[in-house]
Design a protein around this ligand. Structure first.
Ligand SMILES: NC(=O)c1ccc[n+]([C@@H]2O[C@H](COP(=O)([O-])OP(=O)(O)OC[C@H]3O[C@@H](n4cnc5c(N)ncnc54)[C@H](O)[C@@H]3O)[C@@H](O)[C@H]2O)c1
Length: 386
């Protein structure tokens, strides 16, 4: 195989974005040959460029026209279409989240394990961002010492009512399975567990439709405990302006602060635990040195991951974001929400089946009337946050 023949299913915001990257030649080793959507009449422009246009993912999967599929549909279909694609012998790149809930994610992962010769990747583009890669490297090298606190204020995910009305699936239990945690924050939840590991306990307060006319969460304050002894907070909202994106990771040897694309490492001259035990005076802190790490962001993170996907197929390159690693962020999104609904702490690993049951209860009990209005005039790519 010289080039991987790629088909994209789900040609909304994200599907079109990936299609453009492929058509612009940004993905070495990948060639877009087909697109599929439940509204194929909106895909004429692709047909005019010589691509095959399918009415749905199933038809494209069975067509024999593609070697790999990119799934950019609403979340629930990531698993149903993903499993069909693997069964048909296709390599799979699935948009985030890999599933709407943990039990479903495990089904997809189990199917991928049966098909070990196929590449299964997830679209977690923060993993290619150099600043997050640097944080992970510093944490893993022990440069922060014993981790003490992880605080992420991620309230910079503002969405208007018009955004929520732009798709029938958005912000519904049935169409999406959650709100800000599963959709917008999935990136931060993936990056957090990739950099510092999974918490062992979460305890949340969640606001359901607190700032919007929606039936899922749009405001979350979550306290976390990690097995390595650190505690932390994860705060998010789609209602706040101006929001913040501030990540602070503290350890005995210092503190990393990432805010407004600036990464600053403040190192303690003496680790805080040692200073605490040896200092003969009560208030003074150890001396510090402040290092500004001047690291530019990635130019085109999605196409870097897509190129990695085709390289994994063609050359056996290691995946930057293996699909099965998408389980952590789904579990965090589910657990933080479930804890809020239960109004109490939840231990991790969580019971995925219990959450699936709860979700089905929420779907069955939904009385919310969803208004759908087509959105126009937005620059979708401006919605990406780092
Ligand atoms: N990685 C990122 O930066 C990023 C950014 C935005 C969205 N996403 C993810 O991409 C996915 C899609 O989000 P979006 O904003 O593009 O949504 P969207 O509503 O703009 O597009 C979804 C498209 O899927 C189509 N569709 C729905 N069900 C389908 C089915 N069964 N078969 C084929 N097509 C179907 C719809 O007609 C629509 O065109 C979501 O899972 C979202 O989390 C990822």
């Amino acid at each position: 195989m010289k080039k991987v023949r790629i088909g994209i299913v789900g040609m909304g915001n994200m599907g079109r974005f990936h299609a453009q990257d492929l058509l612009d030649g940004k993905v070495d080793g990948g060639e877009l040959v087909a697109v599929a959507s439940t509204s194929p009449e909106k895909l004429k422009e692709y047909g005019e460029q010589g691509l095959k246009v399918f009415d749905g993912g199933e038809e494209m999967i069975q067509s024999g026209e593609i070697d790999a599929i990119v799934i950019a549909t609403p979340h629930y279909q990531h698993v149903s279409l993903g499993m069909q694609a693997l069964d048909a012998g296709l390599h799979l790149m699935v948009e985030k989240p890999i599933a709407a809930h943990k039990a479903d994610a495990e089904r997809l992962i189990a199917k991928a394990k049966e098909k070990e010769d196929l590449v299964f990747a997830g679209m977690f583009q923060l993993r290619v961002e150099p600043r997050y890669r640097k944080i992970k490297e510093l944490v893993e090298a022990g440069e922060l010492g014993q981790l003490m606190r992880v605080v992420w204020i991620m309230t910079d995910w503002f969405r208007s009512d018009a955004y929520y009305q732009s798709g029938g699936w958005r912000a519904t239990w049935k169409g999406e399975g959650g709100g800000v945690l599963l959709n917008q924050c999935l990136h931060q939840l993936d990056a957090m567990q990739w950099m510092v590991g999974m918490p062992s306990k979460v305890n949340s307060q969640v606001g359901i439709g607190k700032w919007h006319d929606i039936e899922v969460e749009d405001d979350v304050s979550c306290y976390m405990e990690f097995p390595h002894g650190a505690s932390g907070l994860f705060l998010t909202s789609t209602g706040e302006t101006p929001g913040s994106n501030r990540l602070e990771i503290s350890g005995t040897k210092g503190r990393l602060l990432l805010e407004n694309d600036r990464l600053v490492f403040t190192r303690n001259a003496v680790p805080s635990d040692e200073w605490c035990k040896t200092s003969k005076i009560g208030f003074k802190q150890p001396e510090t040195t402040v290092e500004e790490l001047d690291i530019p962001g990635a130019e085109a993170p999605h196409s870097i991951l897509m190129t990695n996907f085709t390289n994994a197929i063609l050359k056996g390159e290691d995946l930057i974001a293996p699909g099965e690693e998408g389980l952590g962020s789904v579990e965090l999104a589910n657990a933080m929400l479930f804890s809020g609904l239960l109004e109490g702490p939840l231990e991790l690993p969580m019971d995925g089946v219990a959450w699936e049951d709860k979700l089905n209860e929420l779907i069955a009990g939904s009385t919310h009337e969803k208004k759908v209005v087509e959105l126009s005039g937005d620059d979708f790519s401006a919605s990406f946050r780092r």
